[in-house]
Design a protein around this ligand. Structure first.
Ligand code: ZN
Length: 138
């Protein structure tokens, strides 16, 4: 289960709405234990994908590395990555699967007509062939 605290959730939703009709992306930071991941902080990141961003996103590896380092400095962990699906449901696409890492939770936010609609969290497997849905609380 992944629980996103309201401050972090607000950052995620407002970033997704601001970037509409493009996909937004960012990272989720917090702690994990007893099967529960708690997200206390979310960082909005620039979508670095070179091309149409209405259905693609890319996080620069150096941005990810910096976020990971900063989280550890505060005794926290980089738990996962979030991105938005503009005018599309919050499913885990083939592209999402190809770009996934099995050690992160992937939260997808569906933004319809510029407003938040729903969200899901996914846990991709190591082979990048499937992603299981994870219980999401926000
Ligand atoms: Zn996606």
């Amino acid at each position: 289960m992944i629980k996103i605290e309201s401050g972090a959730w607000d950052v995620m939703v407002s970033h997704a709405r601001q970037q509409f009709p493009n996909e937004c992306c960012g990272v989720m930071i917090g702690s994990a234990g007893d099967g529960v991941k708690t997200i206390t902080r979310a960082l909005a990141m620039e979508n670095a994908y070179q091309g149409g961003q209405e259905d693609r996103y890319e996080i620069r590896p150096e941005d990810l590395l910096r976020a990971d380092r900063d989280a550890r400095k505060d005794g926290l962990e980089l738990i996962g990555i979030f991105h938005s699906h503009p005018d599309c449901d919050a499913y885990f696409s083939q592209t999402d699967l190809q770009n996934s890492c099995p050690w992160y939770s992937f939260v997808v936010l569906s933004i319809k007509n510029g407003e938040f609609d729903h969200a899901n969290s996914f846990l991709p497997n190591a082979d990048q062939t499937a992603a299981e849905k994870e219980e999401l609380v926000y």
